[in-house]
Design a protein around this ligand. Structure first.
Ligand SMILES: [Zn+2]
Length: 337
């Protein structure tokens, strides 16, 4: 058995400032060391201990997990409990637990109301401040449940949509599109659900083909628009990514809130979105090809799938915009009505 007081004396002799000095390069590259207050006060390691070098990661309260599972007692007391339980079971068996923090935090305290009088022509709505779903038709529930599962309550962060103020409102188009895509992917066939954000959903699918399904689903459920932009920056400039998001927002709001707008303006935005996606996709595939992550055959097959999707469903606000057929991957798209 070592002599504890002697050991503590020895520890006191160690110059920890030198030790910390040697760690400086690592600290500079943002590695954080967490030393608890107890280990410092109980043993009085060094009187001149430089606490400035220690950084502790504080998790904001809204990101701290409150629940770690679905509480059956809570769900069974809700309206439309069968559908809610089905949704919960699909999410738990599909996504990693690490992506479900928002889902667990919200589902147990979720309120569901059926109301035939929604104030605009929506089939359903999710209020992220009160954690409440109001629906007109039961089929709208799954879309709203995805909003619930991807919301950091009381923050203005809902999936890919961020709204802190009128001026800091971005991502609604991508968010609604991706919400519809996931709703159709996981519940569409069984419940014959067709989304309403048809164009936005198609575009979100194209974006998913760039980032990959697992990453895109994770970023959505974590409501991490910042990381979405960081990931996209591997293949595109930040200002182009933001412009793409804003263009899709414009189309989403203009077509779904019946904003009076010129068809030519919508056509211009569709064209800009396609150019951005095509360029970004090409950059990604070029990188993968150069790093030998795809071979010629895979490259051609994936590119064809990407282009076929990009060509379809260009219907916005009841108007169909078609793309000239004579393009190749290097050429820009031409849009005509
Ligand atoms: Zn929605």
């Amino acid at each position: 058995m070592p002599n504890l007081p002697a050991l503590l004396n020895q520890i006191q002799e160690i110059d920890f400032s030198l030790f910390l000095e040697s760690l400086k390069p690592a600290l500079a590259s943002s590695i954080c060391f967490i030393l608890t207050a107890r280990s410092v006060t109980n043993y009085k390691i060094h009187r001149d201990f430089e606490t400035k070098e220690i950084c502790k990661v504080e998790i904001p309260p809204e990101l701290k997990p409150k629940y770690f599972k679905v509480e059956l007692k809570e769900i069974n007391s809700k309206k439309l409990k069968e559908a809610t339980l089905e949704f919960a079971s699909v999410l738990e068996s599909t996504f990693p637990k690490s992506s479900l923090t928002n889902f667990y935090n919200n589902i147990n305290e979720l309120k569901i109301k059926k109301n035939p009088f929604l104030f605009w022509d929506a089939d359903g709505a999710y209020n992220d401040l009160t954690n409440e779903i109001t629906i007109l038709f039961s089929s709208a529930l799954y879309h709203e449940l995805f909003h619930m599962a991807s919301t950091i309550k009381n923050t203005g962060l809902v999936g890919f949509h961020q709204y802190f103020s009128k001026k800091e409102n971005i991502g609604i188009g991508l968010n609604e599109g991706y919400t519809d895509l996931l709703t159709e992917r996981y519940f569409g066939e069984k419940h014959k659900i067709k989304g309403v954000y048809i164009y936005e959903s198609k575009i979100a699918h194209n974006v998913e083909m760039i980032l990959g399904k697992e990453k895109m689903e994770e970023l959505y459920l974590k409501a991490d628009l910042n990381r979405f932009i960081e990931e996209m920056k591997l293949f595109a400039k930040e200002e182009d990514i933001l412009e793409f998001l804003v263009n899709l927002d414009y189309i989403c709001v203009a077509s779904n809130v019946h904003l009076i707008t010129k068809d030519s303006l919508i056509a211009k935005k569709i064209l800009e979105i396609q150019e951005f996606l095509l360029k970004t996709y090409q950059t990604k595939m070029k990188q993968q090809f150069e790093n030998q992550m795809v071979n010629q055959e895979m490259y051609e097959k994936q590119t064809e799938e990407f282009l076929n999707l990009l060509k379809t469903n260009n219907k916005v606000g009841g108007v169909k915009y078609s793309i000239a057929q004579d393009y190749t991957i290097e050429k820009d798209f031409a849009i005509k009505r």
